[in-house]
Write a protein of this length. Structure first.
Length: 129
């Protein structure tokens, strides 16, 4: 599993030392699919309208303070058998913009180094397991 960043043709470097530290898993939630949903028939298996018990799992990294430039972010993994993924995003940072979200809250900071911290630290989740 890897996540690298490079700019202006420079050698890619790791974004974080251990990507597995950034695994986040939600609690179960109800996902409601309307019969008018445009994504119902775009899935590998068409979805029926209804309510489904769901969750989301992923590796999430917030990259801050990039200087104006072009960047290539690349991430992927080798899985079981022949499974392999390698994703590339080319982005352009144009300049400093006003922050739309204040991410200085203590719970957001805790996400950076703790597995699944939302469930452990957020007051609304203290009784959940």
């Amino acid at each position: 599993m890897w996540a690298t960043i490079s700019s202006n043709g420079n050698k890619p470097r790791k974004i974080v030392n251990n990507l597995q530290d950034y695994l986040v898993e939600s609690s179960l939630f109800d996902l409601k699919i309307s019969d008018k949903s445009p994504i119902r028939k775009t899935m590998e298996v068409a979805l029926e309208a209804g309510t489904f018990t769901s969750l989301t799992v992923g590796y999430y990294i917030l990259i801050r303070s990039l200087a104006p430039s072009t960047y290539r972010i690349r991430f992927g993994t080798n899985g079981r058998g022949d499974y392999h993924t390698d994703a590339v995003y080319d982005i352009t940072v144009q300049g400093k913009k006003k922050l739309l979200v204040d991410d200085s809250h203590e719970y957001v900071s805790a996400w950076k180094r703790t597995r699944n911290p939302w469930h452990k630290e957020h007051p609304s989740c203290k009784d959940r397991k």
